[in-house]
Design a protein around this ligand. Structure first.
Ligand code: KG4
Ligand code: ZN
Length: 340
């Protein structure tokens, strides 16, 4: 097949979203995500339920992705899939499906690292979106990860800082749970924060040296703060919800921006990209843009649909690896703790 006509079908099933995308020469033709509502009532992802839901969703989701793209299976150049990191049961569904389909069609199979994909989502061909030049810094912020990565090329990436406990998304989700905001709480906090004053309540930032992060202390501080205030006034949460959300979000953004400033100073790199579910946050997006005039950064902020888990980001890595001939063997194994 000519290199001018590369069609990739990508499958993402690392956590609680079943996603499939079709890409033509780096452009997204379809990007379908089936979010699993079942976890909402449990206040977090239940792994066993997630893998069962993936099994139910995967065929219709892939089917829909191909139909929307108006691409026939026989036109596909390769199948890309998320090998890890993620929940083992969930990863196994996508991995087995991708293997069988690639084998059946007699086309290459390409394994993708989910965290690299959050970063390489910036290389999806999109009008009006600049691609970062190498080397650049990428901060991946999601429900499972918080990392600062020095990206030297499509395949060479060094993690230069990461969380030593909770991920930033968990800080949002766990704070939201205390406030009765449901799961995942990041989007709700984002929305309410817009209506509140971020300077109303002060939470101490964790003291972690270097480029690493810690969010578990903040979660405990917020828990004690809420307990104390509710004891004094049982209506405290309802009466102050917007200000509480704005203050929590402000603190979290402060922690992230401080570390990015340090990373930029230490590496001398001013091109800064963000990725992962939390990069959908309006406050973080604004703080990053503000960094352009405050610190001379050149920033790269992904389109909303490429922030939370999606298969378009898996497809772009599939496309880049296809160009390199970097295929996987049929005996490739899912890996829940796969490193960048
Ligand atoms: O990347 P992602 O979809 O899944 C993981 O790989 O974890 O990220 C999900 C996380 C959740 O913690 C969710 O609360 C958070 O991203 N999130 C947000 C926003 N949208 C999603 N956090 C803050 N503000 C948002 N607008
Ligand atoms: Zn993710």
């Amino acid at each position: 097949m000519s290199l001018q006509n590369i069609y990739i079908l990508a499958i993402e099933s690392s956590c609680d979203d079943t996603a499939a995308a079709v890409m033509h020469n780096g452009k997204v033709l379809s990007n379908i995500v089936a979010s699993q509502k079942i976890h909402e009532e449990y206040g977090g992802v239940v792994p066993e339920l997630a893998s069962r839901a993936h099994q139910q969703n995967i065929v219709p989701v892939v089917d829909q992705a191909l139909k929307k793209a108006e691409v026939n299976k026989s036109q596909l150049s390769a199948i890309a899939f998320t090998r890890g990191p993620g929940l083992m049961g969930s990863l196994l569904v996508g991995t087995s499906f991708a293997k069988s389909l690639a084998y059946g069609l007699g086309i290459p199979l390409i394994d993708v690292n989910h965290m690299q994909a959050h970063i390489l989502a910036h290389f999806i061909e999109e009008d009006d979106f600049e691609k970062p030049p190498f080397p650049f810094l990428a901060m991946t912020i999601s429900g499972g990860h918080t990392q600062i990565v020095k990206v030297k090329s499509y395949s060479e990436m060094d993690v230069i800082g990461e969380t030593i406990d909770d991920a930033v998304g968990e800080a949002f989700d766990k704070s939201g749970k205390l406030l009765g905001l449901g799961y995942p709480a990041g989007p709700a906090i984002d929305k309410l924060a817009k209506l509140g004053n971020p300077k109303t309540f002060k939470f101490t930032k964790p003291k972690v040296s270097g480029l690493n992060f810690s969010f578990s202390g903040l979660k405990t501080a917020i828990l004690y703060f809420i307990q104390k205030q509710v004891k004094a006034n049982p209506n405290f949460i309802e009466e102050n919800l917007n200000d509480i959300c704005a203050s929590i979000q402000y603190t979290i953004i402060g922690i992230l921006i401080d570390k990015l400033k340090l990373a930029s100073k230490e590496t001398g790199i001013k091109h800064i990209a963000i990725g992962g579910g939390v990069s959908a946050n309006t406050g973080i997006r604004q703080a990053l843009r503000d960094g352009e005039h405050k610190f001379g950064w050149i920033t790269y902020i992904p389109k909303f649909e490429y922030t939370t888990d999606n298969a378009a980001m898996i497809a772009i890595v599939g496309h880049l690896k296809y160009l390199d001939g970097a295929y996987a063997e049929q005996n490739v194994m899912a890996s829940s703790r796969l490193k960048i």
